[in-house]
Design a protein around this ligand. Sequence first.
Ligand code: SF4
Length: 352
Amino acid sequence: MKHYIIPIFIPHLGCLHQCIFCNQKRITGRETPVTAEQVTAQIEERLKAVHRDRWIEVAFFGGSFTALPAAVQRDLLSPAHLALEQGRIHAIRLSTRPDCINGSIIANLKKHGVSIVELGVQSLDDNVLLKACRGHNSQDVIEATRLLKKSKIQCGLQLMPGLPGEDWISLLATVRKMIELRPDFVRIYPTIVIKDTVLAEQYSQGTYQPLTLSAAVARSAYMKLVFEQAGIAVIRTGLQATEELDSKASVIAGPYHPAFGELVDSHIFYLMLAAFLEQDVIGRRTEIGIRYNPKDASKIRGQYNSNIKRLVQRYKLTAFNLSPDSAVKNGSILLTLKGDNYLLNKNMINRI
Ligand code: SF4
């Protein structure tokens, strides 16, 4: 069943710290805090428009929900909880900080029907967390994840490659530790420089340099591959495009792209083909045939056919014949070479 999210933005509500990269008002395009009446109105409005055969979730994003006073949490959750009990929605999710989870907070969330919690983790390198002024450390993440899993609340972890102080070694260590935590899912949001943030000041002073778009795509593709090979779903790469972000008025620098997730998936297809073509058995100056699921057409080609051009050039291919074939599974490639067929998928890329 397809998902339908009713988003309720609570920009910076409950935040105990001002993280250097964050300006939720610019990310969400919302300036004022939400009230319980507005939550009710937003749910009713969206429910009128949604198709009945959708899995509907109310999602509180953009602040530190569980750092709010218990009475405010109750007021905001009550309309969603009522809709859940009436069978008009299927789940309630929210995002919060790792140091704002404990036994009594979890009990309160369960009482109000919350079944999915996403933690803003960003990194498991304490040095990176310190530089980002997160106000919590990696141990807080480990403990919060343990408590959520123990209470059978689905736990999602959000990561931000490209923060100050992070390099490949730090990123690899974060990914390995995250896999040990066994979250239910992961989101990957490469760091971008948003106006009116400390990071924007650091960027203008020349003390912070964001990842280029291609570096962010490469890091995100690596992370997505490794998580998925470990059986952990990656449900998003890159920020959701909004008018505010697309207008360029808010993003000063960094790897923002409205179709970032598509770029990552496209890079993974490139890696699948490159990993195969690297094998000596293939030889050089040859031609290959590629059959793929029609849904993957743009990802296989890459933006402006970039995947095809790079592969043809690097492996000296004389022909690269592409044919859509709905019999090929989504995400897989049937490659024909010298009369033989090879089925490729992302699990075949060597684990790093
Ligand atoms: S990243 Fe999260 S905790 Fe930090 S300021 Fe933004 S909303 Fe608040």
